[in-house]
Design a protein around this ligand. Structure first.
Ligand SMILES: [Zn+2]
Length: 137
């Protein structure tokens, strides 16, 4: 009996989106406020979905306390209230777009969870804009 367990987390962070492969004008028109030289802040909402059989003993897919601790250790401690470009090493060379942040969060959680447990990372940059990432097939 397979079920999908979802947990929502919130964090705030700033970033700057500026691609070396585009001119200043192209960067400005592509990224708008997110191209601000001094950074731009967002209140992100992260939804983590884990999938699996419902354990016959616990009645759960995964102990939600363990997931909470994992997200705290792997994501929130290093990203909450940070300037992502400077404080999260991967984003010194990869643009901290919503897409790339979702992929990074997937990588961090997937390597600490039992194989196949992580089903989806959904990351909201605004209430109306979000990215889903399901890992590589
Ligand atoms: Zn922004």
């Amino acid at each position: 009996m397979k079920a999908y367990l979802n947990r929502r987390y919130r964090f705030s962070a700033s970033h700057r989106l500026h691609s070396e492969q585009m001119s200043d004008a192209e960067n400005q028109s592509t990224y708008g406020k997110c191209n601000n030289p001094h950074g731009h802040g967002h209140n992100y909402t992260l939804e983590v979905t884990v999938a699996g059989d419902v354990d016959s003993k616990t009645g759960m897919v995964l102990d939600i306390k363990d997931l909470k601790q994992l997200v705290e250790d792997e994501v929130l401690q290093s990203m909450d209230h940070r300037f992502l470009n400077k404080e999260v090493p991967v984003f010194s060379s990869t643009l901290p777009t919503t897409e790339n942040i979702a992929v990074e969060i997937w990588k961090r959680l997937a390597q600490k969870l039992p194989n196949g447990k992580l089903h989806r990372i959904r990351l909201y940059e605004t209430p109306d804009l979000y990215v889903d990432y399901f890992g590589e097939a």
